[in-house]
Design a protein around this ligand. Structure first.
Ligand code: TLP
Length: 362
């Protein structure tokens, strides 16, 4: 299972110096826009541990308003956002039900065990989508020797599943069922603005029934740092304590919030462009011998495709691409991931396809 997507060992430093690389490793590599840089330089700031940073307070109010939740809190990373939420929702010794490719169990250094003392109870769902029918069978019976279920966590878009959309009616049914069973539901919405764009919904509509949502400012929305948690006032008050305990209480963090404000107010409007570029890549890849991808399934900015038919593994494939100045990584030995974003244009995608054709025809 996953993954080397978080690694950057394929970057050929000489290439980087001479020519801008086409970086499809992740949308986390995006540069802050000029407007963000200006806003950061000019941000009014104060100590946020005292709750006095006006720019940070403004960002948190705007995020709560946009998601139609009572409150919001800024966290330095998506990982911290997920793990703070999990710590607030659960008790040590409990289980969390999720899809087996969930980011928080695969790429967050077992924090769920180390920090919250919980274990995952996973379910496989095609495209990362699991149903209430599947989940309800996994809720632990009250036997004294069984770890009790403490939380259900979903992901939209599903990162390792290939940027997939979690259908709203299925998510709503899960939230309703969970609430009836007395269980909270968290959404890892690292890329919820991509989901909203592809679904033609607002983020508030997607978030409505969830008890907490984490979303990232620092991915497709281009902020340099930061994620947010939204939820009820009581939940956010507890999250603030846990964030501090994890070392995430920051001081003049308004410089980060200034970029975050532009990320949530302005950047969602351009995400369709990334989705169109991802589709362009997928359609081109589908025609290359040795590569397998269902281009119709690519609806957001992430594509995962099999390279088994090329005779290469993903390490070799990535190295060959890097020689052609295209950076990407595998999620396992057989599947590559490409992520489109603000710093990759249509022209770059066409060049990428040319590079892939070149290495596959060798
Ligand atoms: N994902 C990163 C890497 O960790 C793989 C990426 O490049 O996609 N939830 C989801 C669904 C994510 O994709 C990520 C980051 C996170 C949480 C964690 O965010 P950060 O990296 O800010 O801790």
């Amino acid at each position: 299972m996953p993954s080397n997507v978080a690694q950057s060992e394929v970057v050929p430093s000489e290439n980087r110096k001479t020519q801008r690389a086409i970086d499809l490793r992740s949308d986390t590599v995006t540069q802050p826009t000029q407007e963000m840089r200006r806003a950061m330089a000019e941000a009014e700031v104060a100590d946020d541990v005292y709750g006095e940073d006006p720019t940070m307070n403004h960002l948190q109010e705007r995020a709560a308003r946009i998601f139609q939740k009572e409150a919001a809190i800024f966290v330095p990373t998506g990982t911290m956002g997920n793990q703070v939420a999990i710590r607030v929702h659960t008790q040590h010794g409990q289980e969390i039900i999720c899809e087996e490719r969930a980011h928080f169990i695969n790429l967050e250094s077992a924090t769920v065990a180390a920090f919250s003392g919980c274990q995952p109870r996973t379910i496989y769902g095609a495209d990362g989508v699991i149903t209430w029918e599947q989940i309800k069978k996994k809720i632990a019976p009250p036997a004294y020797y069984r770890a009790q279920t403490g939380l259900i966590s979903l992901e939209n878009t599903g990162s390792l599943a290939g940027g997939t959309i979690f259908p709203q009616e299925i998510a709503d049914e899960i939230c309703d069922g969970a609430h009836e069973a007395g269980l909270p539901v968290h959404l890892d919405g690292a890329r919820i603005f991509n989901a909203a764009t592809a679904m033609g919904k607002t983020v508030a509509e997607i978030a409505r029934k969830f008890d907490s949502v984490m979303f990232c400012l620092s991915k497709g929305l281009c902020a340099p740092v930061g994620s947010m948690l939204v939820g009820s006032r009581a939940f956010i008050d507890k999250a603030r304590r846990v964030r501090k305990a994890m070392g995430g209480g920051m001081r003049q963090s308004g410089v980060l919030a200034a970029a975050g404000l532009i990320a949530i107010e302005k950047m969602p409007a351009r995400l369709q462009e990334d989705h169109d570029n991802a589709r362009l890549l997928a359609e081109g890849l589908a025609e290359i011998k040795g590569i397998k991808i269902d281009a119709r399934k690519v609806r957001t900015n992430i594509l995962v495709f099999s390279i088994v038919g090329t005779g290469m593994d993903t390490a070799e494939f990535s190295r060959s691409l890097a020689e052609k100045n295209v950076l990407a990584a595998g999620i396992d030995q057989e599947q590559m991931r490409f992520v489109t974003h603000n710093d990759v244009g249509r022209e770059d995608c066409l060049k990428t396809l040319e590079a892939v054709r070149g290495i596959c025809s060798r």
